[in-house]
Write a protein that binds this ligand. Structure first.
Ligand SMILES: NC(=O)c1ccc[n+]([C@@H]2O[C@H](COP(=O)([O-])OP(=O)(O)OC[C@H]3O[C@@H](n4cnc5c(N)ncnc54)[C@H](OP(=O)(O)O)[C@@H]3O)[C@@H](O)[C@H]2O)c1
Length: 298
């Protein structure tokens, strides 16, 4: 199965701290995305305290399992009070994979990702366990996210298939690490490609409700000087998108897909209107001239 235009990000399906919206609409958008050939999904055991996986599992039950790809992650634990910790212990991994399989209603995960490294557990131990899960048939492939500075010996020793880091028109902090992975022929799945919605061009202010994570200062694209700088960049992108007959969001996704080679961006989508907007990139052919303008314009 070839990569689609983008991977459907399912953190929003978890319904936790993303503001007021209707989860049913996210579910409808996921159904539609499958019918449109967007059939790879990014989730994690901790998204919505397991609800993202549970809801995704219910949806994919009525599809041929081989027609969808499920990517999920382990290693970030969030308890019922919302306290977060990173735990890559083998004990936690062993129980996390079985819990994910159960919630997702499946007997294998297409791509299993280390969500974040706890900097305690030896990476060799983690990758050996992932190899074991692959041999047991519980996962088909494995990868990493939020992990930088991998040593060459790790690339050579293990079959790391894909990696995920934040990247977008307004986020270039990881470029050096991204290039290092790509040199090792590992597929890139950037997240935050809409800078959590900012690159849609619809946010002029940052007055998010308290039940929306973007209200917090660690969602830095929406706060302080960075927000002011970002707004200038967004208006540039908006200008170009209007000229090209695309929405600003669609152009931001194209940007994240074409900036590096071997890349399939992850996008968080809340409803079919947003999905339809992004589906416009499916048959869009960007001329080399416009591509140069886009890539130079950041
Ligand atoms: N590996 C990791 O550690 C990691 C970390 C973060 C995320 N992720 C994955 O990446 C996915 C997406 O990243 P993200 O959560 O940072 O968000 P994002 O994709 O940068 O932005 C998503 C938000 O943009 C808005 N949006 C989406 N499509 C739109 C459209 N066509 N027009 C206007 N607004 C639109 C929606 O919010 P509003 O409508 O409310 O504005 C949506 O929630 C997540 O679901 C998750 O699967 C992975």
């Amino acid at each position: 199965m070839d990569d689609a235009e983008f991977i459907y990000g399912c953190e929003q399906l978890g319904g936790y701290q993303w503001g007021d919206y209707d989860i049913k609409k996210v579910e409808q958008a996921i159904e539609k995305s499958i019918s449109e050939g967007i059939n790879e999904f990014d989730t994690a055991d901790c998204y919505g305290l397991g609800m993202s996986e549970t809801r995704l599992g219910k949806i994919i039950k009525s599809y041929n399992r081989e027609k969808v790809r499920i990517n999920t992650k382990f290693g970030v634990r969030i308890d019922n009070s919302g306290t977060r910790c990173v735990d890559n212990s083998i004990e936690w991994m062993s129980s996390a994979i079985d819990q994910s399989l159960k919630r997702l209603n499946t007997d294998y995960i297409d791509l299993y990702l280390l969500h974040s490294w706890d900097k305690k557990t030896d990476l060799n131990i983690i990758f050996c366990k992932l190899e074991e899960l692959r041999r047991d048939g519980k996962i088909l492939k494995y990868g990493v996210s939020n992990l930088i500075n991998l040593e060459d010996v790790i690339y050579n020793r293990y079959n790391i298939n894909s990696f995920s880091l934040e990247f977008s028109y307004v986020c270039h902090e990881n470029n050096m690490y991204i290039n290092n992975y790509l040199k090792n022929n590992i597929r890139f799945m950037p997240y935050g490609v809409l800078a959590q919605g900012l690159l849609s061009g619809k946010y002029k202010t940052n007055d998010f409700k308290t039940n929306d994570r973007r209200n917090q200062s660690d969602y830095r694209h929406f706060h302080g000087q960075k927000f002011n700088d970002n707004k200038k960049k967004v208006s540039k992108l908006l200008g170009l998108s209007t000229k090209l007959g695309l929405s600003c969001s669609a152009l931001a996704v194209i940007y994240s897909k074409l900036y590096f080679k071997n890349t399939c961006p992850i996008v968080g989508i809340k409803n079919t209107k947003q999905l339809d907007d992004l589906l416009t990139i499916k048959n869009y052919v960007m001329s080399n001239t416009n591509l140069s303008i886009l890539l130079e314009d950041d």
